[in-house]
Design a protein around this ligand. Structure first.
Ligand code: C2O
Ligand code: CU
Ligand code: CU
Length: 474
């Protein structure tokens, strides 16, 4: 029943204790009213650093059922990882050997995919790595990629949308030698704040209202209430300094256009799979489902003030930021964050086309719906390829690939139309109605002719309707 049951880190409890504006706990011990706007502190998912055993870092995770109190007057049956809703943030070090062990304590089978992870297909947790009830599945690999913010979620054929709605989502933060040297806010939960934004709807009895009609599935289901880290309209108290947010659009199908209510500008520093070479100044940040962005907002001069994090598209509010205390450590955002190796389109040996279309309740890629037994594309290792994705429909989609990152080289046929904040490494790209994108990609390792990776639209209702395909690396 404890809504903070998935916590456990001292940082998180410190936040709850010190972050209290006077209304998040009551002297009489009564229940907190989460319907009172901004009376609940933002929950910071616990950080899980793993335990070192025989040169390998082990992370033990239980996928389980639970009860959460999002609403003041009713509780909600939910699913979570090591708790009742969402899961801990896995903190991985580039170069380390890890074993991420998921035990399925749910009443049904599921899978657990490391979204953005560069790992062998059999360790990917995609549709084929089913975890039966009561079983443990271990994803064992050596972390080999740039510092970034990834995430984990189920990927069971036809069930992904529902399993994610129930609460199965957590972050994976990868650190590397370079990221640790940059003068960036990096105190987790203090000036480096994870923000998983989701939309849900509730029935009167508190249960999640998720029973999309065929039409809602086709258009992508949207909930009427936003949650930030599993809390409706929370507040967060921060120091008067540069604050980093690691934002995940963890919604099934809702696309956000994030902004600060004040209109204040901020800097995006990272895309899905890497830092940007230099910070990009923005006043609005568009994120489609599964995309991540790290941003830095400078509150140095606004001690005592506050701002709201909002979605301009829906007019809905995400969370309130109170600039509450004096900085205990100052950071100075570097002008250069990294250098990214660029693949040259002239070196591409193949171009593949992916046409997103559909009709009569069927969504397809290249006119085919996902079939677990069909390998749609065979990609030779180390070849540089251009993948061209076209959204031929009058509705939004996006496109995600497993296995590795890509770099966007054209939008709607124009290199100049690729936004500055899309020039980092990406694994998911937004495709507004009727638009197209070209990206360049190279599969660098993990050849396995028998175990496919997936590519798909990450609007989860669309993925479940079949807008997905499989590729192997050979
Ligand atoms: Cu986020 Cu195929 O997954
Ligand atoms: Cu993925
Ligand atoms: Cu789609």
């Amino acid at each position: 029943m404890d809504r903070r049951q998935f916590l456990g880190s001292s940082i998180a409890s410190a936040l709850v204790l010190t972050g209290c504006g006077g209304s998040s706990t009551s002297a009489t011990g009564g229940t907190t009213n989460s319907n009172d706007e901004y009376s609940q502190a933002l929950i910071i998912p616990a950080e899980l650093k793993g335990t070192l055993k025989d040169g390998r870092v082990h992370y033990d995770l239980e996928i389980q059922t639970g009860t959460s109190n999002f609403l003041s007057n009713a509780s909600t049956e939910t699913w979570g990882v090591n708790g009742s809703y969402l899961g801990p943030t896995l903190r991985l070090e580039n170069g380390s050997n890890v074993s991420i062990n998921f035990t399925n304590k749910l009443p049904e089978k599921t899978t657990m995919h490391g979204h953005g992870m560069h790992v062998p297909a059999i360790m990917d947790g995609g549709a084929h790595q089913v975890i039966n009830v009561g079983e443990t599945w271990s994803s064992v690999y050596k972390v080999n990629q740039h510092a970034c913010t990834n995430w984990y979620h189920p990927h069971l054929m036809g069930k992904t949308a529902e399993h994610v709605i129930n609460g199965l989502t957590g972050l994976i933060i990868i650190d590397d030698a370079k990221s640790q040297q940059l003068d960036l806010p990096n105190r987790y939960g203090i000036d480096d704040i994870p923000l998983i934004v989701q939309d849900r709807s509730f029935n009167d009895d508190g249960s999640f209202d998720y029973s999309p009609t065929q039409r809602e599935k086709m258009h992508g289901w949207k909930g009427d209430t936003l949650l930030a880290n599993g809390v409706i309209k929370p507040f967060i108290d921060v120091e008067a300094k540069q604050i980093r947010f690691r934002i995940l659009n963890g919604s099934n199908s809702r696309v956000y256009n994030f902004a600060l209510k004040s209109g204040k500008a901020f800097k995006q520093i990272a895309t899905d799979n890497s830092f940007l070479e230099a910070p990009v100044e923005l006043t609005q940040l568009r994120l489609s489902p599964a995309e991540r962005a790290e941003i830095v907002i400078d509150f140095t001069d606004t001690l005592g003030g506050n701002d709201l994090f909002v979605d301009l598209d829906s007019g809905k509010e995400v969370c309130k930021i109170n600039i509450k205390s004096v900085a205990t450590k100052v950071t100075d955002l570097p002008q250069q964050l990294t250098t990214l190796a660029q693949l040259n389109p002239a070196d591409a040996v193949n171009t593949r086309q992916f046409i997103l279309s559909g009709r009569q309740g069927n969504l397809t890629i290249n006119n085919k719906s996902m079939d677990m037994s069909v390998i749609n594309e065979v990609v030779p290792v180390n070849d540089i390829e251009i993948w061209e994705v076209k959204n031929t429909m009058g509705m939004v989609h996006n496109f995600h690939i497993h296995a590795t990152y890509f770099q966007i080289i054209e939008r709607n046929g124009s290199a100049a139309s690729v936004a500055d904040n899309e020039r980092g490494y990406k694994d998911t790209v937004f495709l507004p109605a009727g638009e197209s994108v070209k990206f360049i990609v190279r599969m660098t390792d993990f050849t396995d002719a028998n175990s496919p990776y997936m590519y798909h639209c990450h609007l989860l209702e669309h993925e479940d309707l079949g807008m997905m395909g499989q590729f192997t690396v050979v």
